[in-house]
Write a protein that binds this ligand. Structure first.
Ligand SMILES: C[S@@+](CC[C@H](N)C(=O)[O-])C[C@H]1O[C@@H](n2cnc3c(N)ncnc32)[C@H](O)[C@@H]1O
Length: 371
């Protein structure tokens, strides 16, 4: 990991050099890019949002309007998670999905002095930016370290760190807003871009490659199992018909193929079509590309070996396939006497949070406390 493994002196020097660089940028004042019309339309034109240090008040207005500024992410159920995990000075915390670092920073503020947060993420590009932001907030390697790694490998990573055990563990599953909003990552059906969908931009197999190697039957199963898509068979057929004529390489080509599958449904079935099929199919493919359920199952199995006695874990999920797995693992662990206590009910974001951050809408939070 490019950003890891520097001594604290080197990091202090780096932060101070960065501050000087920022100052130099203010003085030189680069000419800003222009866009047609009154509002930026494409991700690249949102340069004000992508430069939070220079455009604080513009970004505040976007947040107040219930939107997420491009290139950032708003932590979901933050207060609920802080209440459950109750971080305190000296704790060792693990953030399995550090993302933009929203939860991580709030936890760091509470476990320091004396504590440390170890962050994991698969996305090397975003993790590097997050690490820089966290360093700039004053957290050096004694309080924050990060690894570009799958959270299913946390026990192996901890054994290389003298087998430390954590008092608290958080996992906020799925995608960050930076990943969804960036068309180059190919996660969103709303914007045209390459059909990539890899959480690790250097990962083995993109969605385009997956479509090249999968059979129609296997694709149908992916759409059904990972996305709960009721028209999985018809959509898989249409996608593979297009794929045979010309490989699907862009998000808009996939959207068209999904739509053409829905158009083949008989009129009485058309009544059952809602506008969510495209979203469900994109989600299903992304889960398959990144083998997300496999990672989650391994992570859930590993939790008792990551936590210290009495340690707590909080997991945020964003669709039923994830929540079912978390619920089953916690209930099984409770029955087996591994967990002392678990959440009886799902915790959901408050109406106020959903109003101010609609992306929080489908979040479900569960927790468990180790014996
Ligand atoms: C919802 S975001 C986390 C946001 C974060 N809590 C915050 O407040 O900024 C989910 C993150 O998990 C990462 N991720 C997803 N699957 C992963 C895995 N198996 N291992 C490590 N990171 C993963 C994604 O790359 C993404 O950055």
């Amino acid at each position: 990991m490019l950003c890891l493994g520097k001594s604290s002196e080197a990091l202090e020097k780096e932060v101070s050099t960065r501050n000087q660089d920022d100052h130099a940028i203010m003085i030189i004042k680069k000419r800003r890019p222009r866009y047609g019309g009154t509002h930026p339309r494409s991700f690249q034109e949102k340069y004000k949002e992508l430069d939070p240090n220079r455009y604080r008040s513009e970004i505040q207005k976007i947040v107040e309007a219930g939107k997420t500024p491009a290139g950032s992410h708003r932590p979901v159920c933050l207060n609920e998670i802080l209440k459950i995990l109750a971080p305190k000075p000296g704790d060792l915390a693990i953030d399995a999905t550090v993302g933009y670092g929203g939860h991580a920073l709030e936890i760091l503020n509470r476990i320091t002095p004396g504590g440390q947060l170890i962050g994991f993420d698969l996305d090397r590009d975003e993790l590097c930016k997050t690490e820089n932001r966290i360093r700039a907030a004053g957290f050096l390697t004694d309080s924050f370290v990060s690894f570009r790694a799958n959270y299913s490998h946390i026990p192996q990573m901890l054994s290389s760190l003298k087998n430390k055990k954590a008092q608290l563990l958080i996992a906020d599953l799925g995608l960050s807003s930076m990943q969804i909003d960036n068309p180059a990552r190919g996660f969103s059906y709303k914007v045209a871009g390459p059909l990539d969908m890899r959480l690790d931009p250097k990962g083995d197999r993109s969605a385009t490659q997956l479509l090249r190697s999968v059979s129609e039957r296997a694709l149908g199963k992916i759409l059904e199992k990972n996305g709960d898509e009721i028209f999985a068979v018809e959509i898989a057929k249409a996608i593979m018909e297009r794929q045979r004529k010309r490989p699907i390489q862009t998000t808009d080509a996939l959207v068209e193929a999904i739509q053409s599958g829905l158009n083949t449904l008989p009129p009485k079935m058309q009544k059952l079509v809602d506008d969510k099929s495209t979203r469900r199919c994109f989600q299903a493919l992304r889960i398959a590309v990144n083998e997300e359920f496999r990672s989650l199952d391994l992570f859930l199995k590993n939790i008792p070996s990551i936590l210290a006695p009495g340690g707590k874990v909080a997991i945020l999920t964003f669709h039923s396939g994830e929540d079912r797995r978390v619920k089953k693992a916690f209930q099984g662990g409770h029955r087996a006497g591994i967990y002392f206590d678990i959440a009886n009910e799902i915790i959901r974001p408050s109406p106020e949070e959903i109003y101010s951050n609609p992306r929080a809408k489908s979040a479900k939070l569960r927790w468990a406390k180790l014996k």
